[in-house]
Design a binder for this molecule. Structure first.
Ligand SMILES: [Zn+2]
Length: 382
């Protein structure tokens, strides 16, 4: 039982959980500005974590200022093998092209579990917004328990895998009908398969329309509704969560370890620790591609309601990295760096510990009784 005082604190913390501070500038553009929209999707490819995005507080940056800053990053540079170049102006869908995903479930090692397809189709923006990853901190103390996919209102939202609709409507946070719920109009699917003997749920928040009803069975790719900006948001996007064991935000895991990567691309997971072996929270890490020179910035999880993977026990994940050679730097922490390879369709892993430096050894089996999932295990529903 939770004491009333704790419960109150809990609920206050929750208010922003799903606030998903996507700047409205990312998507809400007046019709005359729609040309910028296709540009906006490109920098994520050209400069995936653009310094421009980090330059100003994310909640306040003005839309047009951001758009023009991003457009500035589009000035072509020297031949870059990873920059997608098209002969003529193309609509957003084509400019945002990424390789197709690995077929789900994608289980490259016994410890991986890319069980889910992306909830947004490949011809739309279907990757997480760099500054609103899992474990990111909003305001002072609100930690993000999902990822935000910056799609415009009205984009079809697809079931990430088969299952039964467990929730459809307003009020997900407290489980009661509540038009002020931070998740807005939301759908939850209880999947037909589990993990480590536990039920798996996926959450789709801030929808503008719901096309399914509770109890309905859906298959992977079925349309659940349309994306929108309901709930606590500053702009339209899809908030997506993966929950294990219980349909509660406190049971969330990093969706970037569950969503199938684009073919030929990989995922980096890391564990940043202090001298005593405790997590270093909200630490900025720079990831530099030795092949293309492109760089990404990603932060370790903030303190709060986020959980690490049973096996990786990570506090940092960045997906959608083209396979190749990279170096990892932790500015203002160490002058040393780690050279690491991102392998296609795989999770690359590192640990940094104060006093001990970098290490690329894989984690040990997490606990007695941990059973690596097999494809067979993916079928039954717990
Ligand atoms: Zn969110």
């Amino acid at each position: 039982m939770m004491r009333p005082k704790f419960l109150l604190l809990f609920l206050i913390t929750l208010l922003g959980l799903c606030a998903c501070q996507v700047s409205s500038g990312d998507i809400t553009l007046a019709p005359t500005e729609t040309a910028s929209l296709s540009s906006l999707s490109v920098p994520d490819i050209a400069t995936p974590t653009s310094a421009h995005l980090n330059a100003s507080p994310p909640h306040t940056r003005p839309a047009l200022k951001q758009a023009s800053a991003l457009q500035a990053t589009l000035v072509p540079t020297e031949a870059d093998p990873l920059r997608f170049v098209f002969p003529t102006q193309v609509p957003q869908a084509a400019s945002a092209w990424r390789p197709p995903l690995y077929p789900t479930p994608w289980v490259p090692t016994p410890y991986d579990h890319f069980f889910f397809a992306r909830p947004i189709a490949a011809d739309e923006i279907n990757w997480p917004l760099a500054n609103y990853r899992y474990g990111g901190v909003f305001w002072a103390n609100v930690v993000h328990t999902g990822i935000d996919i910056p799609v415009k209102t009205g984009t079809p939202v697809n079931a990430a895998a088969g299952g039964r609709v467990n929730w459809a409507g307003y009020g997900l946070l407290r489980g009661i009908d509540d038009p002020d719920d931070p998740y807005g109009l939301a759908v939850v699917i209880r999947h037909d398969f589990g993990y480590q003997g536990q039920t798996l749920y996926t959450v789709y928040g801030h929808l503008s329309r719901i096309d399914v009803s509770e109890g309905q069975h859906v298959e992977s790719g079925d349309i659940l509704g349309l994306s929108g900006a309901t709930g606590h948001v500053t702009g339209p996007h899809l908030h997506f969560e993966v929950r294990i064991g219980k349909n509660n935000f406190s049971k969330s895991r990093n969706p970037e370890l569950w969503l199938s990567p684009p073919q030929g691309w990989g995922v980096l997971a890391g564990r940043l620790l202090d001298f005593t072996g405790r997590f270093l929270p909200s630490k900025s890490v720079l990831i530099l591609s030795s092949d293309s020179g492109r760089k990404w910035t990603v932060k370790s999880y903030g303190k709060g309601s986020v959980n690490s993977d049973d096996y990786y026990r990570e506090n940092l994940v960045i997906g959608d990295l083209p396979a190749g050679n990279y170096s990892i730097w932790i500015p203002r922490e160490t002058s040393k760096h780690l050279d690491i390879q991102i392998l296609p369709g795989r999770v690359s892993y590192f640990t940094y510990r104060q006093g001990l430096g970098f290490n690329v050894e894989l984690p040990p089996t997490p606990y007695v009784g941990f059973m690596p999932p097999s494809l067979l295990e993916i079928t039954p529903s717990p």
